[in-house]
Design a protein around this ligand. Structure first.
Ligand code: COS
Length: 384
């Protein structure tokens, strides 16, 4: 739902300019140093990017899902590591508070998240609980007016920068499934939390993930999201459902960028006495990518609109994540192919995107998890 086209257009113009003038020129440096410069982070905050999804009453921009998708399509036109820095705050790190938190929790944390003063991380995955998220082993055992948290979370995006973690932990060890899990807001400076060394990743340098280890970490009972035990897995699923549309939009944006770079290269590069863009076999690759990008773009916008209308989009969100992330991988592969030998050489940049986008098919639910969600929903509905 677009509420005010003029305001949205002004925001999109500002984001597009920021991407073009500040982020694209910094891509190679960030990949080299594995660090986003402070001045860029400050500008992200000033643009309101950290507060995109926080409602206006708590100091954010309160964008709708469709508006969020439009911003992510614009943000996708550069290295995905930039989006990652504010992405967990806008998305999976904060949405648990927004969707299921108490009013007091919202009042306390959302304004700090909206300004970027506080970065939020989402702590669900563990060494032995990835796709099977409900099997998580981290425990949060109630003792008086606190919970004592013990366990290890793995691959936690923005953990080294986080001010708060949305933590999923088992409050009822008797219940080994989803029903025993609760969600907490845990402040990163709580004694008993250690953030591990930054993971060395295939791509997305500048975006950081790490283990987060909880050892007898005393979390006040008031930090239980929504004040109710046993709801944490559902909170995580609701958060991920929205996140899947967000990630799909980023996939489309990055695919558009790679396609543009491949097209420009194909026009400039001459072989056999003519630009390679004039060869039909190269054109076929460009055409296939364009058709798939358009399909994914249409899906993402449609799913966002349905969500804004209050409809159940579990199936659509997974369809978007599945199709857009796989599409993005295919577009990256074709782009490298069009670049030829240069596609394998770091100076040309496209190999970096090829590595960066591999993550999209894995995080916030692998392609196989999206298939499971879609198929289960279909069967469940058909059997009703
Ligand atoms: N919204 C609200 N509730 C949801 C939901 C959603 N989108 N999806 C599931 N639930 C609820 C179910 O309705 C069920 O509630 P009841 O017990 O009251 O019926 C509960 O959550 C458990 O759901 P389910 O039985 O489907 O859980 P499973 O353990 O079978 O797991 C999958 C389902 C595989 C889909 C889930 O574990 C998953 O999404 N895994 C991937 C995790 C992931 O994305 N990890 C990435 C980490 S973040 S980078």
């Amino acid at each position: 739902m677009i509420r005010d086209p003029q305001t949205l257009q002004a925001l999109l113009d500002a984001v597009e300019r920021f991407v073009r003038e500040r982020l694209v020129p910094a891509e190679a440096q960030v990949a080299e140093t594995d660090d986003i410069p402070d001045d860029i982070v400050r500008e992200m905050k000033a643009l309101g990017l950290f507060g995109l999804t926080v409602p206006e009453e708590y100091g954010g921009l309160g964008v709708t899902m469709e508006e969020e998708v439009m911003v992510m399509l614009a943000m996708g036109q550069t290295s995905p590591c930039f989006r990652s820095l504010f992405g967990t705050t806008v998305g999976i790190g904060s949405q648990g508070i927004l969707i299921d938190g108490t009013e007091a929790q919202k009042k306390k944390y959302l304004p700090l998240l909206a300004t970027g003063e506080l970065i939020a991380s989402f702590a669900l995955t563990e060494p032995d609980a990835g796709s099977d998220a409900a099997s998580l082993r981290t425990t949060a055992i109630r003792e008086g007016d606190h919970y004592i948290v013990n366990g290890t979370k793995r691959f936690i995006t923005n953990a080294p920068h986080a001010g708060i973690f949305t933590l999923m932990a088992r409050t009822n060890p008797e219940d080994k499934g989803a029903g025993g899990v609760s969600a907490f807001i845990v402040e990163a400076n709580t004694p008993g939390i250690t953030v591990g060394v930054k993971d060395r990743k295939m791509g997305q340098r500048g975006a950081h993930t790490a283990d987060v280890i909880f050892e007898d970490c005393k979390v006040p009972a008031a930090q239980l999201i929504g004040g109710r035990e046993g709801q944490g897995f559902k909170t995580a699923m609701k958060v991920l459902e929205k996140g899947r549309i967000h990630i799909a939009a980023i996939c489309v944006g990055v695919a558009e960028r790679m396609q543009r770079d491949a097209l420009n290269y194909a026009i400039e590069r001459k072989q056999f006495g003519q630009p390679i863009a004039e060869f039909q076999l190269v054109q076929a690759m460009l055409a296939d990518s364009q058709a798939e990008i358009y399909a994914a773009r249409s899906m993402v916008i449609d799913a966002a609109r349905r969500r804004d209308e209050g409809r159940n989009v579990s199936t659509e969100a997974s369809c978007c994540k599945l199709f857009a992330s796989e599409m993005c991988g295919r577009v990256a592969d074709r782009a490298v192919q069009i670049f030829g030998g240069a596609g394998y050489i770091a100076d040309y940049g496209i190999e970096r995107f090829y590595r960066d986008v591999r993550l999209f098919r894995l995080y916030e639910g692998t392609t196989q998890i999206q298939q499971i969600v879609i198929a289960r929903n279909l069967v469940r509905e058909a059997m009703r």
